[in-house]
Design a protein around this ligand. Structure first.
Ligand code: RIB
Ligand code: CA
Length: 316
């Protein structure tokens, strides 16, 4: 099978952890490295959590890198639904695996330059704030040529925000980084709240995932159970949106999703709308559309994909 070289940049985070565990067992993905960033939790915790998840998912072979410890300009804000340690109430042993000594931004620029040299552009999956990628672009703008596509979880287009009235957490956490990335020549696909709110991990789904996931089922079940927002008014059911895992599902099976193309701008001045993702649906800006916005999801087939992936842990 022809594998796809990917780098996963994340801020674990419960949904990041579910995304990583799914990616670890996808034969199509050649995971070059995991970059961590300040987001849901301070960097010390997102780094530790990423190391712990590589141990849980039997993938200590994947190098893990510490990235930016705060947003480009704004003070850090953290996630509200991931528990004290960022992985719910699940107690993981202190990780034995050590992070790489290289900074995640330097790993990103080196990997992109190698991808250019090998003529094998990589796919960058971003599951948290865009600080690492934006910093890499500021240091070495030419690395964009080494990235075939950025697939990121972030934004709210026809949906309201989930952290403020207008803004989704990843974009709000570092709006200046998002502005840099969305103003770059990169090909970007976004999984916004408009898409992730169509895929709600209900208690019924959690029970099924626990049944099929073998030796990680106890920890996976705890992580998934903690993710139950119980915000029936917003989501129409118990459970929590599978935000970050949808990035992995899109990379593996883009045919399960429908997109609309638009130029996207990031509000990075107004406090009222800070971090808002503004789509130019009708070409008012005169600027070239640069983002594929996922607006339609075949949720049933996405769940079937995750059942197939996570059941691979039964054989571990
Ligand atoms: O708004 C959802 C995003 O914010 C997800 O990436 C979640 O992990 C949090 O970082
Ligand atoms: Ca995340």
């Amino acid at each position: 099978m022809k594998t796809l070289p990917v780098i996963i940049d994340c801020d674990p985070g419960i949904d990041d952890a579910i995304a990583l565990l799914s990616a670890f067992v996808a034969p199509k993905l050649k995971i070059l490295g995991i970059c961590t960033v300040c987001g849901n939790q301070p960097l010390t915790n997102t780094l530790r959590n990423a190391l712990q998840i590589t141990e849980l998912g039997y993938r200590v072979d994947i190098p893990v890198f510490a990235g930016c410890h705060q947003p480009m300009l704004r003070a850090p804000i953290h996630g509200q639904f991931h528990g004290e340690n960022g992985l719910g109430n699940t107690a993981f042993p202190a990780p034995k695996k050590q992070p790489e000594s290289q900074h995640a931004v330097n790993f990103l620029t080196d990997s992109c330059e190698q991808a250019i040299a090998d003529n094998q552009p990589l796919t960058l999956c971003v599951l948290g704030p865009l600080t690492n990628l934006a910093t890499a672009l500021r240091i070495k703008p030419h690395i964009a040529a080494g990235i075939s596509r950025v697939v990121l979880m972030g934004g709210a287009y026809r949906e309201a925000g989930n952290r403020t009235m207008t803004s989704e957490f990843n974009m709000l956490a570092d709006p200046h980084a998002a502005h840099i990335v969305f103003s770059s020549p990169l090909h970007i696909t976004v999984l916004p709240l408009d898409a992730t709110h169509q895929v709600i991990l209900t208690p019924e789904h959690v029970a099924k995932f626990v049944k099929v996931s073998g030796r990680i089922s106890a920890q996976l079940g705890e992580l998934m159970a903690f993710w139950d927002r119980n915000d029936v008014r917003r989501y129409g059911s118990r459970g929590g949106p599978l935000h970050d895992p949808l990035v992995i599902a899109y990379v593996l099976a883009p045919e399960l999703f429908g997109t609309e193309k638009a130029r996207v701008f990031i509000e990075h001045n107004s406090e009222l709308c800070m971090g808002q993702t503004v789509a130019d649906w009708y070409g008012k800006s005169g600027e070239t559309p640069n983002v594929d916005i996922v607006t339609r999801v075949d949720a049933n087939k996405v769940f079937a994909l995750f059942y197939e992936l996570l059941s691979r842990y039964a054989g571990k």
